[in-house]
Design a protein around this ligand. Structure first.
Ligand code: C2O
Ligand code: CU
Ligand code: CU
Length: 485
């Protein structure tokens, strides 16, 4: 902890000297708060193509300063920029290399959340990148269209580093008819919406622990692609298209965000966090727990603006609350978009009639120590001693029990899963299809099934954990070894 405190002090010092030296701040134009300003659309990160066709992406983890609260400079971190980062767009079948340089003054990792890749390149706590070092994992995009994201995953510092701004999105495309029917021209009719309910002190210091949440000087502004809607106003988006596709990510460390239209009309959901839905799904609200993603389509024509709003509920000891508008879409299109096809994807239920293993994943706590199956995963030794072992190809059924009075966000690396039941009832809507992150209600029992395909390694493991990163750092994390035989 001492190390983190001194790093925080250093960042504050950097922020002050940065401001004093007149370093250009990324501002949220507070003057236009009443009308709102144009949605910040992250740049797409360009790849360089190697001779063998590998797409190489360069990521620098760096520190900077950002104006999150009006007129106050905050010490932040980002990928290739001061806060958050560029979006990476790839296609199924691509081979990619991520050249990551850690320009922080602390050890880190970069995890590709939702990616189905070997554990040696997964970016969990075993893949540490020392300060100043470069790590260049390479892997194939071995999954169909979906919305992934990337963020640090080092032991004990995930919450701090994610809250500081080290988070961005990966959009995976494929060449199926389902994907082709969806808007996919990034920046024209396809946009990321990275949402954060961010704990921050009145002095502008980003916070990331349970004690921080409880501190009375902490507020929880809502950020859309890094812009504080309470300062910059509701982001506006002017398009020519009659249909747009939004890739939503709740990148909050703890809080839960529910999206609705201000006019109460329905929204078309087209993907969960792990895959396109079998068919477009008409919903009136979309709840996202920390780490969870979804894709929606909005049809919008001239004179019929659409405004989305987000209702935030605390996922931690204290947290954000209330409802704010997060996007107003205005279109010049005069004719409505064609109907979406009735089928977008194929969903096949796993055969769970005779699973290779059944397990209980018991979530509990003892004060601020968070446990999985009685163990706090705060060190590699503790996680290795309690590691879950399976074998390549195994189909498993897990019962996740929550003995706590808290809401959790359950996330499994490597493969997506299928929810079998929640408190005995079959899942509905998008929770009945492929998922990699789900909300776990207080005192609930949740049964999920998965199959460990393609990748095994007897040295490197995958993680399963609560994606409330405060809880994750407090120990609610375990290791899964998929063994070669
Ligand atoms: Cu988004 Cu194990 O993480
Ligand atoms: Cu993950
Ligand atoms: Cu939790």
């Amino acid at each position: 902890m001492r190390q983190h405190i001194s790093r925080r002090n250093l960042l504050q010092t950097l922020a002050l000297t940065g401001a004093a030296a007149g370093i250009c701040l990324r501002t949220a134009s507070p003057a236009s708060a009443a009308t709102g300003s144009a949605l910040t659309v992250p740049d797409l990160l360009d790849a360089t193509a190697d001779s063998d066709g590998t797409k190489a992406f360069t990521l620098s983890m760096q520190t900077g300063t950002t104006e999150i609260l009006s007129g106050i400079s905050s010490a932040t971190c980002g990928f290739n920029q001061a806060f958050l980062g560029p979006v990476i767009k790839v296609s199924q079948g691509d081979t990619v290399r991520m050249d990551i340089t850690n320009n922080l003054d602390d050890v880190s990792t970069v995890h590709w959340h939702g990616a189905h890749i070997p554990p040696a390149v997964d970016g969990g706590p075993q893949n540490t990148i020392e300060a100043g070092a470069t790590f260049s994992p390479s892997f194939e995009i071995n999954q169909a269209a979906c919305t992934l994201w990337f963020h640090p995953h080092a032991l004990g510092t995930t919450s701090e580093q994610v809250a500081s701004g080290l988070a961005s999105m990966i959009i995976v495309d494929d060449d199926t008819d389902g994907a082709a029917a969806l808007p996919s021209d990034y920046g024209t009719d396809q946009f990321p919406l990275i949402l954060q309910s961010l704990p921050i002190s009145t002095a502008g210091v980003i916070r990331y622990t349970t004690a921080d949440e409880l501190a009375t000087s902490t507020s929880f502004p809502l950020l859309v692609n890094g812009a504080n809607v309470g300062v910059a106003g509701t982001p506006t988006l002017d398009v020519d298209a009659s249909r747009i596709r939004l890739h939503l990510l709740n990148a909050s460390i703890a809080d839960i965000i529910t999206i609705t239209r201000t006019d109460g009309a329905s929204i078309t959901q087209v993907a969960t966090d792990a895959a396109l839905l079998a068919a477009p799904l008409s919903i009136t609200s979309l709840r996202l727990v920390g780490g969870e993603r979804a894709e929606i389509c909005l049809d919008v024509t001239s004179g019929a603006d659409v405004t989305l709003q987000a209702t935030v509920t605390a996922g931690g000891a204290r947290g954000g609350s209330g409802t704010s508008s997060i996007l107003t879409v205005t279109s010049t299109a005069t004719s409505a978009a064609d109907d979406l096809p009735s089928s977008l994807n194929t969903f096949t239920a796993l055969d769970v009639s005779s699973p290779d293993a059944t397990r209980t994943i018991a979530l509990s706590n003892s004060g601020n120590t968070m446990l999985i199956n009685g163990v706090a995963g705060t060190t590699m030794d503790a996680m290795e001693a309690a590691e879950i072992m399976t074998t390549l190809g195994a189909t498993e059924v897990w019962t996740i029990t929550n003995a706590t009075g808290l809401t959790h966000s359950f996330h499994l690396h490597d493969v997506p899963f299928q929810v079998q039941s929640i408190n005995g009832a079959a899942p509905t809507g998008a929770y009945a299809q492929w998922k990699d992150t789900i909300l776990i209600s207080p005192q609930s029992t949740n049964v999920i099934a998965m199959q460990f395909t393609d990748y095994a390694d007897n040295t490197y493991g995958y993680m399963l954990h609560c994606h409330n990163t405060v809880h994750e750092d407090e120990g609610m994390m375990a290791m899964l070894m998929v063994m070669t035989d």
